[in-house]
Design a binder for this molecule. Sequence first.
Ligand code: GCV
Length: 698
Amino acid sequence: MYFKAWLNYDGELNENVRDYFQAVFSNYESNVFSKVNRQMYLHAMEEVKAAANSFLGKKPDEYDFIMNEENFTVIEEKYENTEEQKWKRGILLYYVPENQDNEESLSTDGAYEIKQYLDEEKRFDLWTVRASGGRGILYGTYALIRQAICDGKLTDTGVVKPSLALRMLNHWDNLDGSIERGYSGNSFFFSKNQILVDERTAFYARLLASVGINGVVINNVNVKDMATRLISPLYYAKLREMSELFAGYGIQLFMSLNFAAPMELGGLSGCDPLAEDVVRWWKEKMQEVYREIPNLGGFLVKADSEGRPGPFTYGRTHADGANMLAKEIAPYGGLIIWRCFVYNCKQDWRDKKTDRARAGYDNFMPLDGKFLDNVILQIKNGPMDFQVREPISPLFGGLRSTNQMLEVQIAQEYTGQQRHVCYLVPMWKEALDFHTYCKESDDRVQDIIKGKTFGGRNCGMAGVANTGDDPNWTGHDLAAANLYGFGRLSFDNNLSSEEIAREWISMTFPRTPIVMSNLLYILMNSWSTYEHYTSPLGIGWMVNPSYHYGPNVDGYEYDRWGTYHRADCKGIGIDRTSKGTGYSTQYQKQNAMMYEDVATCPDELLLFFHRILYTDRLKSGKTLIQHIYDTHFEGVEEVKEFIRLFCQLEGVLSEDVFQRILNRLTEQLSSAEEWRDVVNTYFYRKSGIEDEKSREIY
Ligand code: GCV
């Protein structure tokens, strides 16, 4: 059982808009399309029909015509053949051949234009979705439906092009059906070491296409056990089936691979990327894989990190490892996406110079320019690991001659595990808008991953998926806003977090003012609320080790000595300036200087970059200790306010949705109280300083 999420198309629509859905015209002719484009075109048609069905309570009338120079004459004839111009209004899916003059801007993959066509005698009035490829037709169709639902009117868009070439999801699903950091049930891709391809897979593809996702890695980056065998005859037939299904929605299938596969699968004695037998093994493997799964987009690789095998064992670099695979996959047009999440988890934190935050840059910066063109480095937004607040990785703005992708985590591993509401789009938006100062202009992270700054060709954004086989897909109903938001933001970097939230609310829930205002308030405030009652000012962690839920101030799992955050009776924070670990010097000069100085370092990152005394004053005028106490009390009050606002929706939302969300908010409140009490008590005991407002600290 699964719900339709934001594709339910329920609810009243403005009559004027609804009328257009009475008839669907298409220039569908099978021989003008490749097989894949044809499938996407047909899916777009099905989507208009599904929407029309909901809006009108019946199927629209359909007209096909063949592309020729007199398209509209053909439509006119169709009109004439219908009874008394019954179909005055309609939707037209209009395929524009790529080589048609002055349509160059539509030739970008995924580009579309929504445009009204009115004939001179005003006998018909059509809204056209124009595109020169299957993805464009699909995305334009979803955009048109979105306009109808969210705006209650249809509008000319001009040519809309995706901001980023690659808009990918990374699933951390294991073949046994479990999901690493999964908070919404089990995998719907795998169960008991079998691959599932069914109706739900098709609906998922539809959901993703509707927000512009064009690539999905289906298995966990920690490739172990049976997952290594995904590149073996055992699984090819199902993978091919899945890749074909995805292709019909403009989505390429990717897989994570095990760098040690030549040993674990091939029986070789090692996996040195420069050893002849290893290279031969991969060459033959790639040949076999692409013969069996020709649509495969490529592979994602986690190497030499958290116990995963990699080139270091053989004294080779990440470039050696990635390039070897890239060379063997290149003949098939495949990509190797190589993760920069590489660090030594056995570092001794008692050494004040030790700093995991430095690791990504230290490992990859010396390799800039050494990667082949079909290698992409995938970089987490922050230098640590998806904490509620981190600075942007200095690899962005550092690397100049390497394809780059931004990785964010849609799954809420450190942000409440989909039991707390935490709308993450504002965080991702900050990452995209961050000025790296690597150039005078076009220096933002989004410019870099668009390929605008340094001309990178294969670039984009990846999100660690937050879905599972729960009926509502994401455990917490409100967590679906993050999945929706990831897709929409990676498709259009200019959208604001609020615009995205508004769209998602309109697409998902009854369209009434109170639903919009109250849910919007909750979503837009949820990230700062979560930050308030958890770890302060960018220090991070403070969660229970290994499962990463709930407070544990000394809980950083790779620090047995409880010294990670350097808290003592006087202060807390890590000196990451040039006098400390030197991490701040990895940034371009302007940013390095900003972080170096306490006076210019943004408060929200103060403890990430500096060691501060509890009695030091922040820019707000408060002492650090008072800030910690206040924000933790405030965070709890803010969750109470969420609950108060949410309860006003009783009777407006359907009963089951209302109860599910209320249950999660109630759990969030008790967890927030626990965070408040644990964190405040810890710092009260460490510092011995009373709360100025004399509130009870347990
Ligand atoms: C897939 C964090 C998570 C791990 C995850 C890892 C990664 O450390 O806790 O579960 O492993 O990130 O991104 O590879």
